[in-house]
Design a protein around this ligand. Structure first.
Ligand SMILES: *[C@@H]1O[C@H](CO)[C@@H](O)[C@H](O)[C@H]1NC(C)=O
Ligand SMILES: *[C@@H]1O[C@H](CO)[C@@H](O)[C@H](O)[C@H]1NC(C)=O
Length: 389
């Protein structure tokens, strides 16, 4: 028996150590590098900023703001997150984000809530850990502004949310609600506080919105001269873009289409007010007070486009995490004070990455088999040797 084993090792396994091993390692390494690094460049390289009409203004062209919108990153926490799941999803989002920053050079990036998965119950230590990982993944130069909207997983649904959780969120991400840049106004609403039940946090949030509404009204030409607006720092004259986590009220996703809309069996399930979407009343208020020209929201993890009464379009931004979908994406917007245009940039599809890995494993096996093609004949000679004894 010892002789047989020795013979096998000598004839077949010894040559494996040099050439084949190098080949195998080269294949493994290049497939790994491609799937985990270069694929992001290859895929995001194809995305382009949409064109928007610009008017000449006193001899100068109107500035165009390049903004990126993404949603529902759901960084896993310590309770529900398995370490491997965490590692993989966070690596994917980090590479996707860093590659997009490098290739597309946005000026502003908005994340539309549910940054964290467990902000609603994490203790101080777990929160600090999550925040630190977020800041590493979404690091950016000082020429890029990162703005974040509160979601229900960051501070909890209405009845879980507390002043403490909102404070600790705003300490990291700022409590700014109104943001103007290059003549474009953005209003970032804490939609979890739009319950409308007069709770402390809710009434403060509504008071804040009324103040923003007044400022916006002051900037609109027709009321500019009213006494209310005197001595006011004027906002750019431009209807705002409303950014929030919950979508405005809609019956369901029945009218949504496209390859990243909700799957057909879920589309007709009616939405629950104050859970899946804002209540009718809160939606109406936001539309009246702010008169937005565009609404962007997250929460549903799927894409949709809706036209609200009064003509304001809403775009649901799908989740940015592969944990939630096979084809995550973000929205690229070119905005001026009068006009805007949006396009979608898909990240690599997860099933294609997995197929690449599968194909690589297949060709590795083939290579090894080809190497051992002499195996049957050597078995035969060993067998004959044994029989002769
Ligand atoms: C601003 O104008 C809109 C539309 O005219 C109105 O509904 C809203 O109440 C106004 N906001 C304030 C704070 O007065
Ligand atoms: C879908 O669109 C149709 C036609 O515009 C409309 O009547 C219907 O209410 C919409 N359904 C939903 C769920 O929004």
């Amino acid at each position: 028996m010892a002789f047989v084993r020795w013979g096998l090792r000598r004839q077949n396994f010894q040559p494996l150590s040099r050439v084949l091993l190098l080949k195998l390692m080269a294949i493994v390494l290049s497939v790994f590098l491609f799937c985990e690094y270069f694929i992001y460049y290859l895929v995001i390289f194809r995305c382009r900023w949409p064109e928007v009409k610009t008017l000449a203004h006193g001899g100068r062209q109107e500035p165009v703001l390049k903004a990126m919108f993404l949603a529902d990153t759901h960084l896993l926490g310590e309770i529900r997150g398995h370490w491997l799941d965490k590692l993989r999803r966070e690596w994917q989002m980090e590479r996707a984000f860093q590659t997009a920053l490098w290739l597309l050079q946005p000026e502003v990036v908005f994340i539309l809530g549910d940054i964290f998965d467990e902000g609603k119950w994490s203790n101080a230590q777990a929160w600090a850990d999550d925040v630190q990982r977020f800041q590493r993944m979404f690091r950016h130069g000082s020429h890029v502004q990162l703005k974040v909207v509160i979601g229900n997983h960051d501070v909890g649904f209405h009845y879980q949310m507390s002043k403490y959780r909102i404070k600790r969120f705003e300490k990291v991400f700022s409590s700014e609600r109104l943001f103007s840049w290059k003549g474009v106004n953005f209003v970032m609403v804490n939609s979890v506080a739009m319950e409308g039940d007069g709770c402390n946090i809710c009434s403060e949030a509504e008071a804040e919105l009324r103040e923003i509404s007044r400022k916006l009204n002051c900037s609109r030409e027709q009321v500019q001269r009213s006494s209310q607006c005197e001595g006011e720092h004027r906002l750019p004259i431009s209807a705002p873009v409303l950014l929030q986590h919950y979508p405005l009220y809609r019956v369901s996703d029945a009218n949504c289409s496209g390859e990243d809309a909700a799957p057909p069996e879920e589309r007709n399930v009616p939405f629950k007010e104050k859970y899946d979407v804002l209540s009718r009343e809160a939606s109406q208020k936001l539309l009246w007070w702010l008169r937005p020209r565009l609404i962007l929201s997250g929460h549903t993890h799927s894409a949709c486009e809706v036209l609200h009464p009064g003509g304001a379009p809403e775009v649901s931004v799908p989740s940015f995490s592969w944990r939630n979908r096979n084809n995550p994406s973000f929205i690229m917007g070119s905005l001026t004070s009068r006009d805007y245009s949006l396009s979608k940039c898909y990240l690599p599809f997860e099933d294609r990455v997995l197929t690449t890995y599968g194909a690589a494993v297949g060709s590795l096996l083939l290579l090894i088999l080809a190497h051992f093609e002499r195996l049957p004949s050597s078995f035969l000679s060993v067998w004959k040797l044994c029989r002769r004894r």
